[in-house]
Ligand binder design. Sequence first.
Ligand SMILES: Nc1ncnc2c1ncn2[C@@H]1O[C@H](COP(=O)(O)OP(=O)(O)OP(=O)(O)O)[C@@H](O)[C@H]1O
Length: 341
Amino acid sequence: MTPILDSSELLRFPILIADIGGTNARFALLLDAYADPKTFPVVQTADFANIDDAIQAAVLDKTSIQPKSAVLAIAGPVDGDEIDLTNSPWVVRPRVLIEKLGFEQVVVMNDFEAQALAISSLPASGQKQIGSGTAREGASRIVLGPGTGLGVAGLVRARRMWIPVAGEGGHVDLGPRTPRDLAIWPNLVPIEGRISAEQILCGRGLVNLYRAICITDERTPVQDTPAKITEAAADGSDPAAYEAIQLFATYLGRLAGDLALVFMARGGVYLGGGIIQKIIPLLKADDLRAGFEDKAPHSALLRETPLFIITEPLAALTGLAAYARNPRFFGLETNGRRWGA
Ligand SMILES: Nc1ncnc2c1ncn2[C@@H]1O[C@H](COP(=O)(O)OP(=O)(O)OP(=O)(O)O)[C@@H](O)[C@H]1O
């Protein structure tokens, strides 16, 4: 029986770090506390039957280095010894990773906890500010990111540590605000009768929004994937696709503003995830920012709050690397989420 380790124990190098989403799996190796992470090509989760095969093929077969520890960020709640991914058939079994792949220690966290770790120390080159506002030192931060799903996490500073707070914030309600929204809303596909943020603000949600716009305008939908919607919006061939991208940004701004209010995130609000990076060239930053600030009676508070797009494509890996090097700088609760040989 492999014991669950105490969370204050340092991790042994070399350390494999991994960001496992519903669509993409990203891996890197940390040789010691000082070297930059050695990254490996991004792989698709659908190309491998399970995470063990993916780690073997994408990392272990490509290097002679045998990692001693693994720090894995996965898109799903971390609970027990068999951890399911929300949008993929993979199941992470830390004890199997230890027995089969030779790890001595495995830590598993939620992928948005990793994003939260990343925004503690994102370099200026990895982010782009949208609109006004200056980050207050030591104030709370928020990260939200549309990808296969919609992830949300807070980052709170206390007792000289950064504490990530991951929840299920992607599933809050998203309501209509303008006459155009009121026309579109009845045509969105709901989940059990309601429009949660993730019904719009993720890959499948973008398709839902596009189709709803087409129904509202009595047009035949042409695009059937998020990437095709972005492409058609960019080349100007489909006005519904263009509007879908613009409204996606406005709604993302609104949700970001709501979450900023919840966390009083004067330290900054960060937009991550795979989709935002792909639609940056099409975004009207003013619309995004207007949705963010439209929070009466607290618009003034939001005007002072900085909003950033994360442009670093491997942000979660930088967060995992920061944690793996210095776990004690972060108040990450690892009880029940850390396994040892
Ligand atoms: N050009 C594009 N425009 C808009 N969406 C896109 C584009 N290309 C891919 N996507 C969508 O991005 C989503 C994948 O996002 P991401 O790269 O963040 O994956 P992920 O990390 O596996 O997701 P998650 O962490 O949410 O499970 C998919 O829904 C995909 O259809």
